[in-house]
Design a protein. Sequence first.
Lengths: 235, 295
Amino acid sequence: MNFGLAVWALTRREFQRFWGERARVAGFVASPLLFWVVVGSGFGDLEFFFPGALTMTVMFSAMFSMMSLIEDRREGFLLSVLVSPAPRPAIVLGKVCGAAALAWLQGLIVLAGVFFTSLRHDVVALAGTAGALLLTALLLTVVSYVVAWRLSSTQAFHAVINLLLVPAWMLSGAIFSPVLSFAWVRWLMQANPLYYAQSLVRSFLVADAPSGGLAAVVLLGCTGLALVLAVRGTK
Amino acid sequence: MVSVESITVNYGERRALDAVSLVVGAGEWHGILGPNGGGKSTLFRVLATLLAPNSGRFTIAGETVPAKIRPKLGVVFQSQSLDRKLTVAQNMEAQGNLYGLSGTVLAERTKKLLWQFHLNGREQEPVHQLSGGLARRVEIAKALLHEPAVLLLDEPTTGLDPTARREWLDLLTDLRRERELTVLMTTHLLDEAERCERLTLLHEGRVVTGGSPAELKAQVGGDVVEFGTKEPERVAAQYPQLNPRVGSDWVRFETPAGARFAAQAADALPGAIETITIQKPTLEDVFFRNTGARL
């Protein structure tokens, strides 16, 4: 089917580009390994920080993934994609799937470090966390797409993503727990999609954490909404 | 094959295209000639289905809706639309997939086109390693992969050296001989425009005139004589009956007998004339006559 073929063509391209750049592959593998070293040395409160490090890895990788879209669209490969008969939703999915898969894989390398910790690492915990990271990667890649499509320079993209990313990460529960915060900080956290990504990951890894059912629903809803915005924005 | 009816495009206050109409017959090689900023690129974007006009309509291969036009249209952009980090083969495969092609059909068409454009043996090379001329050939091979009825090109030889440009235009000429292909291209280069069967001259968003290169040049007739001079106004005032056009350091006349006129003028205005150019009218003269501007 043409829809699937177009999605596959664009997803495959992200991987082909990735493999073609040795520095990128090296950085991709090395940064999680560096993190293992820190984890292995027994630094700080691992039980608390490890889930935060997981989402952070996926978050940065996914949020900056669509930087290339800006130049690609003005003069480049994406122009010929836009004049092709590929349906707009297929174009969005193709761009998003490839980038999200890469961000997710990087998260999985970090996840392998869970064996150095006393966090849960049974099959259910690992599969559940992998699923949570995939959902997080998808959501943030789509957000990155929506932002990139509205901006005309990579500098502006960098600025806007940083503006979104830093507070979103601070208020995700990765650095401090909502239980310890003021009420208004708690409200802000509860309005932050990344808080739910963090909760979902914690629900699988931390033995006595609350269920992640609500978090999963919120993440799915946000991803769906972002996808609609992305398809509408693609002109 | 392509019909454009009264298309108008505004960018905010500025009118980029003003009621532009033109018709391109099946199998015709049609050029849109005009200076940069004259509206060519805007017209290209409209026909490539990237920009919806503010008013007017157009038909390509019998279709009016972008989704139906796209499968029948091959597009070559002025900027490179190949992924420079991928190989030639990977670029061709991605393009084929986007047009619903895969498997042996795609493999065979790719092989045939790369052979036809003298690119066989370079399938596995990353595009960034190719010369400008070769990359340009991959661009057109890519645009033909889905066998479009109409090929749309935007300033196709921009950035190529003269040899590569000539080779490229020869390839396009061969290509048209061999298959029923309608070609519509924008250009500001005279040698490119000369190859077209028909031309539409576009200036400041309006269609100025149109016709075959020979018909257009016949509008001017005779010879064109250009004097290079520091006193253009004075030289022009000497021969008002020859419709002089005055530039910053030149004057241009149209006259039936160029050589005789040039010699007379040089005698009559000693020291004023520094250089003399006599030539048959070019498309530039046609453009000049119609707009008062240069290409």
